[in-house]
Design a protein around this ligand. Structure first.
Ligand code: NDP
Length: 323
């Protein structure tokens, strides 16, 4: 047997139950891994509360982790027991051991710890595709980043600065503002009520070519109003709830804007994309250009408390669960 956090129904943090589950066997193309650390992400909250539909019940939530390969199934050529690995994507993470498609595992470089690996795969690869592909940030760009002191947010702030951008980070309090500035945000705005006027002031009226918005419902319109003509609204999360349906004419009226709702799954669906995005992340983390701030650590069995902290905006940076 192995231990896991499972949900049997959707609801609050209390629906997560720490229980025995049979140790899975790796099938063809799969690997059995022993987790050393598991990443906590907002998507875990969406699967728990039902915003995202559970593919089955009971469900082991969690989509990010690092650990050691224990066994491999048939046709797995790229991995052997003992390999240090990490992943982001497939559900089933909140467990001491899990089976996963070998095609989704990447080898963790020796200079990156298990804890950092678990903290950064999902949030860091998200920052990578947002900054390098959804909108390829250029030196001299000024950009808006919501939840700038959060997991994805702190990584974006550092990486965008490294790419030569000026980051305007949006946060909810002064402590988070200081943290975002310490990680590369040139400007911070507390709350989004003054965002549009601040963007106008900072850019001399030009506004910004891209807004990275993970807050969703509450900030959608202020983000749209912060964009320059032909700007891109990258609405990549729903921490405050999903964005209601958008009237396409709004994009015309606000200056021929572009709107995308990207996901990491699409950007890493091909193995070649996964390898490229992960290698780019390993390079900036390995060189120290981007530091992964693991600011909270919980026991896996206390995942409920971790969810409460994340949902009540008590966390900063990344959070890991230790089995
Ligand atoms: P964060 O660490 O950023 O935590 C969420 C933050 O959102 C909070 O700390 C808070 O920051 C802010 N927030 C604003 N309004 C609310 C609200 N009503 N309730 C709770 N939080 C709020 O989480 P992650 O780094 O794990 O994820 C950030 C976002 O990115 C999530 O929306 C997630 O779904 C999304 N995401 C999307 C991916 C994709 O590929 N599309 C992949 C990975 C993440 P503050 O207090 O400063 O406002």
């Amino acid at each position: 047997m192995t231990k896991a956090i499972r949900i049997h129904t959707n609801g609050g943090p209390e629906v997560m139950v720490w229980e025995d589950v049979p140790t899975p066997e790796p099938g063809r193309g799969e690997a059995l891994i022993k987790h050393e650390a598991i990443g906590l992400n907002f998507i875990d909250v969406y699967f728990r509360n039902g915003l995202y539909k559970a593919p089955n019940m009971p469900l082991i939530i969690g989509q990010e982790g690092s650990g050691t390969v224990i066994a491999v199934g048939a046709s797995v050529a790229n991995l052997t027991p003992g390999d240090r690995v990490a992943y982001a994507g497939p559900l089933g993470g909140y467990a001491t051991e899990r089976v996963i498609s070998a095609d989704r595992l990447v080898k963790l470089p020796d200079n990156i710890s298990f804890e950092t690996g678990a903290a950064m795969m999902l949030q860091g690869m998200t920052a990578q595709y947002l900054l390098r592909r959804t909108y390829a940030v250029q030196p001299g760009d000024t950009i808006v980043v919501h939840a700038a002191a959060g997991g994805v947010g702190l990584i974006i702030c550092q990486w965008a600065k490294h790419l030569g951008a000026t980051v305007i980070g949006v946060v909810s309090n002064e402590e988070k503002a200081a943290l975002a500035r310490a990680h590369g945000a040139a400007h911070t705005v507390i709350g989004h009520a003054t965002l549009v006027s601040e963007v106008k002031r900072i850019t001399g009226g030009a506004m910004v070519p891209v807004v990275y918005d993970s807050v969703g419902k509450d900030t959608f319109m202020t983000s749209i109003d912060s964009l320059a003509p032909l700007g891109l609204m990258a609405s990549y999360g729903s921490a405050s709830g999903p964005v209601p349906p958008v009237e396409l004419g709004l994009l015309a009226a606000k200056g021929s804007l572009f709107l995308t709702r990207p996901t990491l799954a699409t950007y890493t669906a091909k193995r070649s994309d996964l390898d490229r995005v992960a290698a780019d992340l390993f390079a900036v983390v390995g060189s120290g250009t981007v530091k992964i701030q693991v600011n909270q650590t919980f026991s896996l069995k206390d995942a409920g408390a971790a969810h409460t902290a994340l949902e009540t905006r008590k966390t900063t940076g990344s959070t890991v669960l230790i089995p």
